[in-house]
Design a protein around this ligand. Structure first.
Ligand code: GLN
Length: 552
């Protein structure tokens, strides 16, 4: 680019956030996408995050929430998960940029001499790099929704805001839109809702040249007409573009709520797009189902980040989806693996009708998780192990059923004589179509198996009856693998290998035959579950848990 005006059929919606973080910008973006799709438009998304990490792969989920993995193996922000759950859009590396990634690219070009000796500056070089990142979405869909991370007023967000200001200038008013998500708090002592934070946030935006077209006001209750008028007057946003984004019980209510407020009509009017009426009924039906479940089921999740549901975002949602498929409310009970380990007993799991050990890294709490697997296996409680949860199910089986007393993953015990889970030195990578070589000294980030891989299922297994197809594709994020040298011995003792890579070298799913439902998968099915299309494994796990609860 960038002095030339790009011509594209794609329209761009930019979403910023004001006042404070956690206002649900990601959900707002996803819901807007859902509404536009319900009108027959195709959509995609992009998240621009102001932090310096090149991607969230190395970030502690405690601080940043879950790392969401895409088909192409990108480690991205958890908002990608919302985008995919609410729409048909498939996210990839190009849908998530951080400041770090933008700067890295500019600095690499500078080192290669691509700026021909010029002074490299935030404007235009960084802003051009950002605009080019956004332009990758051009012509791929009807509408691209771009969410700017962080809050207006943060220093580090400025280059992104300057870039989108210019972008609108480049593509024109009818082809782009600024939506600002803000807070209208209720102040108890005054007994009033306050518009001042919104006024200030918009003032801040205007100071950098961005006049929002639509405001999404997060509130506890519906904004009255006179309040909307007041906000309109102070912010230059027409009253009918001041939208109430009321707090809701289920996040899946947001698209319908926005639609009732006229948001999709307004967006189409401003972007000059004509479509038929939206097909909103599937969302309404979904809410009805969520709000009136017939059954209730208690699922224990044994994890490390037990205090923060954000770190298990997709998992949490997938379980809700599994509940929707079974007309059940899923009650999640987060149990600390550390506590189990310290107490040396699984008593805390009493009352759980299904037990799930999710993915994880690091030694802390591992023995507690193994205890939970043992409890589920021996008490015949439905068990679902995901990634680390699958690996530890193999460890537990090896130790307690196959008589390999010191069995472990070499991630946690390098000297074990039964390394049932280990680092595979060489393997054929079906995604990149290359032979991969790994060892203990390889780079921290570089050795993960990341992204979508094919897996063949064996008939007459829990996995096959869930998916009802032979070949599946699921997303991975792990270093360690099931050790093929010990496979035969474990199978002889009763472990079922129900899914493996097409060349049969990588074990992808294990099960127990003599159990109501016991399954561990090396991949992360939670990255592909949607409320409208619950993932088969979560559907079946909840079904089994429900059956277990009804037997009790
Ligand atoms: N720590 C394990 C590995 O690297 C499992 C990773 C995970 O659960 N995502 O293989």
């Amino acid at each position: 680019m960038n002095s030339s005006k790009p011509s594209t059929r794609t329209k761009f919606i930019f979403i910023t956030g004001g006042v404070l973080s956690s206002l649900g910008k990601g959900l707002a973006a996803a819901s807007i996408g859902a509404l536009l799709e319900s009108r027959g438009l195709s959509v995609t998304f992009q998240k621009l995050d102001p932090y310096i990490n090149v991607d969230p792969g190395t970030m502690n989920p405690f601080q940043h929430g879950e790392v969401f993995v895409t088909d192409d193996g990108a480690e991205t922000d958890l908002d990608m998960g919302h985008y995919e759950r609410y729409t048909n859009a498939v996210m990839a590396q190009k849908n998530n940029y951080t400041s770090g990634r933008i700067y890295y690219s500019v600095i690499s070009k500078e080192r290669r001499g691509e700026y021909l000796g010029g002074t490299v500056q935030v404007i235009p070089h960084i802003t051009d790099e950002i605009k080019n990142a956004i332009l990758q979405l051009a012509d791929t869909v009807d509408v691209a929704i771009i969410e700017i991370g962080g809050t207006i007023g943060d220093i580090e967000g400025l280059p992104f805001l300057e870039a989108i200001r210019q972008f609108r200038f480049d593509v024109g008013r009818n082809n782009s839109l600024f939506i600002h998500v803000t807070l209208v708090p209720y102040i108890k002592t005054a007994g009033e809702v306050k518009t001042k934070p919104t006024q200030h946030s918009v003032k801040e935006l205007r100071a950098i040249g961005i006049q929002p077209d639509i405001l999404l006001c997060r509130t506890q209750s519906v904004l009255t007409k006179s309040l909307k008028e007041k906000i309109a007057l102070f912010t230059n946003v027409p009253t009918d573009a001041v939208i109430t984004a009321k707090d809701v019980k289920s996040i899946y209510e947001v698209p319908v709520l926005f639609h009732k407020e006229g948001l999709d009509d307004k967006i189409l009017e401003l972007l000059n797009i004509w479509t038929g009426a939206p097909k909103i009924k599937p969302w309404e039906d979904l809410i009805k189902k969520i709000k009136n479940p017939k059954h209730n089921v208690v699922i224990g999740i044994i994890g490390k980040y037990v205090d923060l549901t954000e770190s298990y975002k997709s998992l949490h949602e997938s379980l809700v989806h599994g509940g929707i498929a079974n007309d059940a409310k899923v009650e999640l009970r987060y149990v600390s693996a550390d506590d189990l380990e310290e107490s040396g007993s699984a008593d805390a799991l009493a009352g759980c009708q299904g037990i799930l050990v999710p993915g994880g890294f690091g030694k802390r709490g591992v023995e507690g998780k193994i205890l939970a697997v043992n409890y589920a296996r021996t008490n015949r409680i439905p068990y679902f192990g995901i990634c680390l949860g699958m690996q530890l199910a193999v460890v537990e089986f090896a130790r307690n059923v196959a008589g390999m007393e010191d069995a472990h993953s070499t991630e946690f015990d390098k000297k074990t004589t039964h390394p049932v889970i280990y680092l595979m030195k060489e393997w054929y990578d079906f995604r990149t179509k290359q032979v991969q070589v790994r060892d203990e000294t390889s780079d921290m980030g570089g050795t993960l198996r990341l992204g979508s891989y094919p897996c063949n299922l064996h008939k007459s297994t829990f996995a096959y009856s869930a998916y009802a197809q032979k070949e599946i594709h699921e997303r991975h994020r792990h270093r360690y693998e099931f050790n093929p040298d010990l496979r035969e011995e474990l199978v002889a003792k009763g472990l079922v290998i129900s899914g493996a890579s097409p060349d049969n070298t990588l074990v992808e799913i294990i099960e127990l035959a003599d159990h109501p439902w016991f399954l561990g998968c090396q991949f992360h099915p939670e990255f592909k579950s949607k409320p409208m299309k619950p993932h088969p494994l979560f559907r079946e796990f909840i079904k089994a848990a429900l059956a277990y609860s009804q037997e009790q």
